[in-house]
Design a protein around this ligand. Structure first.
Ligand SMILES: Nc1ncnc2c1ncn2[C@@H]1O[C@H](COP(=O)(O)OP(=O)(O)OP(=O)(O)O)[C@@H](O)[C@H]1O
Length: 937
C-alpha cells in the first residue's frame, strides 16, 4: 500500500464486520459516542471518516473473546475506511440505561490496512486512537476467466437464493442482483464481489478473509470460494428439508396404499365368496392376507367396511332430496377431517342416523300396509284381531272399527282423483254406522252397508300417499288395555308398533332432539322410534301424554308434542306433507304417514290444545266378571306359555280365580291380576320342576303333582288376601257415609266421608288435603242442613242452630287417605248425608255409596266419571248407588247390563230424595209441608 494516512480507528467488535460499499449500524457506549462527537466537532467536512477495523472481541463481556473460527484469522489490521453517517441515541421507555445507549451508522468506502496491529486492550476499544493506515493501490482489471468463474458461481448462488426465498419481494431482489451480475463488466467485477459478499450471509471468518484481499484477482477468487461454500451449505439444508418432506409424504403414501390394499382385499374376498367352488384355489390362498393378518388389521378392515356401507346408504337416498344433499355435504366434510378426531366421530354418528331413518323416498315396505288397507276384508280382519287380543270392550272396539274405516277411506280418497272433505266422509261414516247396527255388516266407502260375506271388491288407488285419520286418545286407569289396543290396531293395519313413554318428559329436546352443537347430542324420541320401526308409516303410541312437562327453561315439551300431532295433517285430505323438524337431524322429517295414538290416565291434566287434536276413547275398567274372563282366556294362557308350561299342566278352578280377582286385586285394570296369575303359574312351574327332578312320581314333601290350583292353595302361594274383610270392616256408623271418587290414575272407588261432633263454638273443620271446591261443598252442605234442621227433626224449632243448641259444638269432617289431594264438587250429597246422620243420629247402610253436587237450594246436579265410579263401587261390593238424575244417561250408555242388574241405582233430583234414598223413607222425622212452604217462598 503506497500512500499512508492517519485515521481514528474504530474497532468493530464481534460479530460486526463492514465491507466496502456496505452499510453498518452498531451500538456504542456513551464514552465512544462522546469521542466520535468530539471528532465530529473538529471535522470541517461534516461527515468524518474512521478506520473501521473488525476485532475478535465481543461487545458482551461474557462472550469468549476469540471464537474458534477466528483463531487463525489475520491480526486485526485490515478494515475499511468508513464514513460516519449518523450518530443517534436509542430511546427505550421505562428501561434501565443500556450499556450501549448510542447507535452509529457507517458507510464502508474502501479497504485500508493499519500499519501497526491494533491493541486489543478493552480500554482502548472505548477510545478512538489515531493510527497510520495504508490504502490499497487502484483496482486492476482481473482476468476474464476469473471473472467468468466468479460470475458463474455467483449466479448459481443467486439462483439458489431466489428459489429458497419465501417472500416474493426478496425473490425479485435476488433476480435483479442476478441480472446485474450477468451484465457486469470485468473491471467492475471486483466491486460486484464486494457488494455480493456483503449481501449474502456467510461466516465471519470467511468475510474477514475476503476483507483482507487487497488484490483484485485474489478478491474474486476468495469471493468465488465463499459462494461455493455458501451454495453447498444451502444445498445441504435443502436436501435435509426435502428428506424431511419425503419422510412425511411417505407416511401419507403408505396410508393411501394401505387403503387401496384393503379395498383390493375386500374385492378379492367378495370374489371368493361368489365362487364357492374354488375356496381353496391357490390364487385364493395366496391372496388370503386376511387369514394371516392380526385382529388389528381386522379392525381397520371393519372400519373401512363401515365407511363403505355408509357411503352406499347415502347413495341410496333419493337423488335430489334434502336428506341426500345434506348426506353428501356431510360425507365430504367427513373425508376432509382426519380420522380419529372428535369431529370425525360426530359426523359419522350423524350420518349413521341420517341414513337409518326410513325416509318416505326409500324403497319402503309401505305397500304391505297399503295393501292391508285396500283389502276389501280389512275391517272384518281388524275386528277379528281386536277380538283375538281383547275380551269385552264392545263399545270401544266398535269405535276403533269406525276409526279404522275412516283411515281406510282417507287412504282411498288420497288415491281418488277428486278429494272429498273429511267432514263429509266422517258424516257418511256415522250415517253408515247408525244404519248398520248389525255387527255382521261392514262399512264400505260408497256409503252403503253390505254383507261381509259378499264384499264389493275395491279398486286400488292409483296414487298412494299414506293413511290418515283422527288422533286417538285412550283415557283410562292403568292396565285397562290402552297399550295392547294400540298394538292390535298396528297389527290390523300391518304396520310396526312403537311406544314412546312421555311420562316425566321435561326437556323439549327429548321430543325434538338436541342441536348438533351439544356434545353427545342425538335425535329426539320420535325419530328414534321411526328408526326402530324401520318404516315411515308405523303406529306410534305416545304413552302418558297427560304427564308431559309444560314450558320451562328446557323448552316446552308439550308445544313440541303439539307440533308432532299437527291437526292440519290429521284432519285434512290435503296432499301436502306436514314436515316437523328434529333439531339434531335438521332435515325435515315427514311424519304424515305415521299414525299417532295417545294414552293418558286422566283428562284433567291434558292441555286443552292437545285435547282438541284428539278423539277421546275412554276405558273405565273391568267388572269382576270381565276380569274373570280376561284372566281365564287371555292372562292365564299368556303366563303359562311365558313360564314354559303346557296348558294341560295347569288349571285354576273358577273359585280360585274368583278368589284372586276379588280378594287379591281391586284395581280397575288387570295388571295386578296378571301379576297374581303369574305368581301362581311360577309357583306351579317350580313344583313341576321339582316333581320331574324327583323322578316324575313324588314332588316336594313326597306329594304327587297336581295340575289343578284350588282356592285353598292361594294363601300359600299369594299370601294373605289384601282385600279380604274390607267389606266387613266397613261400618254403618253415625256421621259416616260412603262417597264415590275417581283417583288421579283414573280409577274409580269408594271413599268414606267421616264426621264427628266435638265441644266448640259452631265451627266446621274440614281435613284430608281438600281443595277449595270440595271445602265450599262442605260449607254448602252444612248450611243446607242447618237451614233445614227443624224440618229434618234435628232441632225442636225453626231458627235454632243445631251447632249451638242444646250444646255448642264444632263439626270435624274428614276424608281419609289424607296424603292424596282431593277436590271437586261431587262429594256434596255425601257430605250432606254425613251431617244429617251426625246431627240426627240416623245412619246410612254401609252398602250404599253416592255422588252428586248440591246447590244451596237443595238441588242435585250432575257430576263426571260415572262409569269409573260405578265400576269402583261394584268392585267394592256396594249394592246401591245414589246418583244425580242428570247422570241417568251415563249409566244407561256406559255401564254394562250385568252391573246394572247386580246393583240398584237411585237417580235423584233434590236432597230430599237423596236423604230418602240414603236413610230410607220415614227414617228421618221430615216435616215436609214446611219444606214445601219454604220452597214456595
Ligand atoms: N280386554 C282385555 N282383554 C285381554 N287382555 C287385556 C284386556 N285389557 C288389558 N289386557 C291385558 O292387560 C295387560 C295390561 O294392559 P296394557 O299394558 O295395555 O295396559 P295400559 O292401559 O296400557 O296400562 P298403562 O296405563 O299402565 O300403560 C296386557 O297384558 C293386556 O293384554
Amino acid at each position: 500500500m503506497p500512500s499512508a494516512h492517519r485515521l481514528p480507528v474504530l474497532p468493530l467488535p464481534l460479530p460486526f464486520i463492514l465491507l466496502p460499499t456496505a452499510r453498518l449500524t452498531i451500538p456504542i457506549s456513551r464514552a465512544l459516542a462522546d469521542n466520535i462527537l468530539a471528532i465530529l466537532d473538529d471535522s470541517d467536512a461534516g461527515q468524518p471518516v474512521l478506520a473501521a477495523i473488525p476485532v475478535p472481541v465481543s461487545l458482551e463481556p461474557d462472550v469468549a473473546a476469540v471464537p474458534p473460527v477466528t483463531a487463525n484469522a489475520p491480526p486485526p489490521t485490515h478494515g475499511v475506511a468508513a464514513r460516519v453517517i449518523r450518530l443517534a441515541r436509542t430511546r427505550i421507555v421505562n428501561s434501565p440505561a443500556p450499556r450501549h445507549p448510542y447507535v452509529l451508522h457507517l458507510h464502508g468506502l474502501t479497504r485500508i490496512r493499519l500499519l501497526q496491529p491494533l491493541d486489543l486492550d478493552p480500554s482502548s476499544l472505548e477510545s478512538l486512537p489515531q493510527h497510520a493506515v495504508a490504502y490499497p493501490p487502484a483496482d486492476t482489471i482481473p482476468s476474464h476467466e476469473t471473472v467468468e468463474t466468479f460470475k458463474d458461481t455467483a449466479l448459481k448462488l443467486l439462483d439458489r437464493l431466489t428459489k429458497d426465498s419465501v417472500q416474493a419481494q426478496r425473490k425479485d431482489e435476488w433476480l435483479r442482483v442476478a441480472s446485474m451480475v450477468e451484465e457486469i463488466s470485468d473491471h467492475r467485477a471486483a466491486w460486484m464481489a464486494d457488494v455480493l459478499v456483503a449481501s449474502v450471509s456467510g461466516q465471519y471468518a470467511d468475510k474477514l478473509y475476503f476483507l483482507a484481499a487487497t488484490e483484485v484477482e485474489d478478491r474474486l477468487h476468495r469471493a468465488t470460494e465463499l459462494f461455493v461454500k455458501q451454495l453447498s451449505i444451502s444445498e445441504v439444508s435443502k436436501k435435509i428439508a426435502t428428506a424431511v418432506d419425503e419422510s412425511l409424504s411417505r407416511q401419507q403414501k403408505e396410508y393411501f396404499l394401505r387403503q387401496q390394499l384393503a379395498a383390493i382385499q375386500r374385492e378379492l374376498r367378495s370374489l371368493n365368496n361368489t365362487a364357492p367352488g374354488q375356496p381353496g384355489s391357490p390364487g385364493g390362498a395366496g391372496i388370503g392376507m386376511g387369514s394371516s393378518g392380526s385382529e388389528l388389521d381386522e379392525d381397520e378392515q371393519a372400519d373401512a367396511d363401515d365407511l363403505a356401507d355408509l357411503r352406499k346408504k347415502i347413495e341410496a337416498l333419493d337423488a335430489g332430496s334434502e336428506e341426500r344433499k345434506v348426506g353428501v355435504r356431510e360425507w365430504r366434510r367427513l373425508k376432509r377431517i382426519p380420522q380419529g378426531s372428535v369431529e370425525n366421530g360426530v359426523i359419522r354418528t350423524y350420518l349413521e342416523w341420517l341414513t337409518s331413518i326410513p325416509w318416505p323416498s326409500a324403497p319402503a315396505s309401505q305397500t304391505t300396509a297399503q295393501d292391508a288397507l285396500m283389502d276389501s276384508g280389512f275391517l272384518t280382519k281388524a275386528r277379528a284381531q281386536l277380538d283375538a287380543d281383547h275380551y269385552g270392550l264392545e263399545q270401544i272396539k266398535r269405535r276403533l272399527i269406525e276409526f279404522l274405516a275412516v283411515v281406510r277411506l282417507h287412504a282411498m280418497a288420497d288415491g281418488a282423483t277428486s278429494l272429498t272433505p273429511i267432514t263429509e266422509v266422517e258424516e257418511s261414516m256415522h250415517k253408515l254406522d247408525n244404519a248398520s247396527s248389525n255387527p255382521d255388516r261392514a262399512l264400505v266407502p260408497n256409503g252403503s252397508a253390505v254383507s261381509r260375506q259378499g264384499p264389493t271388491p275395491i279398486e286400488p288407488p292409483k296414487r298412494r300417499k299414506g293413511v290418515k285419520g283422527p288422533i286417538l286418545l285412550f283415557v283410562g286407569p292403568p292396565g285397562t288395555g290402552k297399550t295392547s289396543l294400540g298394538q292390535s290396531i298396528a297389527k290390523a293395519l300391518n304396520r310396526p308398533f312403537q311406544r314412546i313413554s312421555l311420562g316425566g318428559v321435561r326437556d323439549e329436546a327429548e321430543i325434538r332432539g338436541h342441536r348438533r352443537t351439544y356434545v353427545a347430542s342425538g335425535p329426539g324420541n320420535i325419530v328414534q322410534a321411526l328408526r326402530k320401526a324401520g318404516r315411515s308409516d308405523p303406529v306410534i303410541l305416545l304413552d302418558e301424554v297427560d304427564k308431559v312437562g309444560h314450558s320451562n327453561f328446557h323448552g316446552d315439551p308439550s308445544a313440541a308434542l303439539l307440533e308432532v300431532l299437527d291437526p292440519e295433517q290429521n284432519h285434512s285430505f290435503s296432499a301436502s306433507i306436514a314436515h316437523r323438524d328434529d333439531h339434531y337431524i335438521n332435515v325435515p322429517v315427514d311424519l304424515s304417514q305415521v299414525l299417532f295414538i295417545c294414552t293418558s290416565n286422566t283428562l284433567e291434566t291434558i292441555s286443552a290444545p292437545l285435547l282438541d287434536r284428539c278423539e277421546v276413547v275412554e276405558l273405565s275398567g273391568y267388572t269382576y266378571d270381565e276380569k274373570m274372563h280376561i284372566g281365564r282366556r287371555f292372562l292365564l294362557p299368556k303366563q303359562i306359555q311365558a313360564n314354559g308350561l303346557l296348558p294341560s299342566q295347569l288349571q285354576i278352578t273358577d273359585d280360585a280365580l274368583l278368589h284372586v280377582v276379588t280378594l287379591y286385586t281391586r284395581e280397575a285394570g288387570v295388571r295386578s291380576l296378571e301379576r297374581a296369575i303369574g305368581a301362581v303359574v311360577r309357583f306351579k312351574a317350580v313344583e313341576w320342576a321339582e316333581y320331574l327332578d324327583a323322578g316324575g312320581r313324588k314332588g316336594e314333601n313326597g306329594k304327587t303333582w297336581r295340575s289343578i290350583v284350588e282356592e285353598s292353595e292361594l294363601e300359600k302361594i299369594l299370601g294373605v288376601p289384601r282385600w279380604d274383610g274390607e267389606e266387613r270392616e266397613r261400618e254403618e256408623k253415625r256421621g259416616v257415609v260412603y262417597g264415590l271418587v275417581v283417583t288421579g290414575m283414573g280409577e274409580g272407588g269408594i271413599l268414606p266421608v267421616e264426621s264427628t261432633a266435638l265441644p266448640g263454638s259452631g265451627r266446621l273443620k274440614l281435613t284430608g288435603s281438600l281443595g277449595d271446591v270440595i271445602k265450599e261443598s262442605g260449607e254448602i252442605a252444612l248450611s243446607w242442613v242447618k237451614a233445614h234442621a227443624f224440618e229434618l227433626g234435628i232441632t225442636a224449632g225453626r231458627g235454632i242452630d243445631p251447632l249451638k243448641v242444646p250444646d255448642p259444638i264444632d263439626i270435624h269432617l274428614h276424608l281419609p287417605a289424607g296424603a292424596q289431594k282431593k277436590d271437586g264438587p261431587s262429594a256434596g250429597i255425601a257430605m250432606t248425608c254425613a251431617f244429617v246422620s251426625l246431627l240426627s243420629g240416623a245412619t246410612v247402610p254401609k252398602d250404599i255409596a253416592m255422588t252428586g253436587e248440591i246447590t244451596l237450594r237443595g238441588r242435585v246436579t250432575p257430576v263426571g266419571g260415572i262409569r269409573m265410579k260405578v265400576l269402583g263401587a261394584h268392585r267394592a261390593q256396594i249394592r246401591k248407588v245414589i246418583l244425580p238424575w242428570a247422570n241417568r244417561k251415563d249409566v244407561e250408555h256406559d255401564v254394562s247390563p250385568e252391573i246394572r242388574r247386580e246393583m240398584q241405582f237411585c237417580f235423584v233430583r233434590t236432597i230430599d230424595e237423596v236423604l230418602d234414598a240414603a236413610f230410607g223413607r220415614g227414617t228421618l222425622g221430615w216435616k215436609r209441608e214446611a219444606v214445601l212452604l219454604e220452597s214456595r217462598l
